[in-house]
Design a protein around this ligand. Sequence first.
Ligand code: GLU
Length: 441
Amino acid sequence: MTTTRFAPSPTGYIHVGNLRTALMNYLIARKAGGTFILRIDDTDPERLKEEYVDAIKQDLEWLGLHWDRVERQSERLDRYAEAADKLREMGRFYEAFETPTELDLKRKKQLNMGKPPVYDRAALNLSEAEKDALRAERGNGVWRFKLDHERIEWNDGILGDISIDAASVSDPVLIRGDGQVLYTIASVVDDTEMGVTDVVRGSDHVTNTATQIQIIEALGGNCPRFAHHSLLTGPQGEALSKRLGTLALRDLREQGVQPMALLSLMARLGSSDPVELRAEMAELIEGFDINRFGAAPTKFDVQDLFPLTAKHLQSLPLADVAEAVADAGVPADLAEPFWAMARENITTLADLKGWWELCRDGAEPLIADEDRDFIAEAIALLPEGPFDGETWGTWTKAVKEATGRKGKGLFMPLRKALTGMERGPEMAALLPLLQVIRVRG
Ligand code: GLU
């Protein structure tokens, strides 16, 4: 059965980059009728914050990315210790004692000689007595996985055929000197034991994947299918990594971005399919195919979310926005006509407030000098009210007959006099909602 997982580290709020990972894994699982696991990668107690775990869940729920179960790495430490023992028994695990400064020096030397900065495996030559001495001096060493120096190959769902020479990669550290298990082994043990069949993650994980494939094989597990999506860049192709902090999902929510707008964009951006607003998650699931995504960096422009949000809102019945309409101050008996009037004239729901204030308080009239007499004549013809959907039509017809004006010269000055603006909702729909006609004086 298809099983995928989204595996955030709870060290911050999730942003559009993480969302891409979450969404792709979610869509693969749902399309196949499989399982989507939310895995909290919390083996690093220093950087982990419980509030981020809650925030991640809230953000996913807001988007409707429901998970089938939650797993926490901090609750599975014994499983990782067991796997480490197994690797030790197999002779694939060795203790190394270099300090970060020593490693840095080695790297610099290698780079100076034009060599790739790969760990030189000096620790493999240490005798037991030397290790004891180092341990006494420096404390426990780190544990490195001994890679087989061969080519590691896989067919990537996005990048295609990948072949990495293991000799060009340092033996990965899987356990730190203080005993802390690192993500690389924890992830392998989880993916294997939880039957994960498909792993989609960012292309910054490609080297991890190479080493993880060897660890999975050493532990006798089944390799999932891997796909690495490209990194997001800004609209000009600039790196987004520094700005991702400002593209947290909760910030977008604050700005009024609608979930379906965000999902519609992120489920297709960087693929050969066009970005189109979808009404339902089911449509995104149906049309999703990881193989249609390209390896090139993907441009993301936060501004693209607003037209999609506006379009989504336009399509909604009052029932879906009743709370926001009420919050804007609209009385219940006017909610239906108010929404019908405003829906095509908002970018986000926050704009409802402005339209309601216009209805409630009327607008400061905007009248050009040359229109003063015309407006006075027109207003004299405006019936007392209450107005209905016909009022605008019958009134403007009467004004046209009385003044001889027509077209834009007729309608625009009336709109400006009543709303104080040159553009806005259909006047036929707006007029019956105007509680005050300030131009009447
Ligand atoms: N916690 C890792 C990350 O956030 C997970 C990577 C993976 O999907 O394996 O980068």
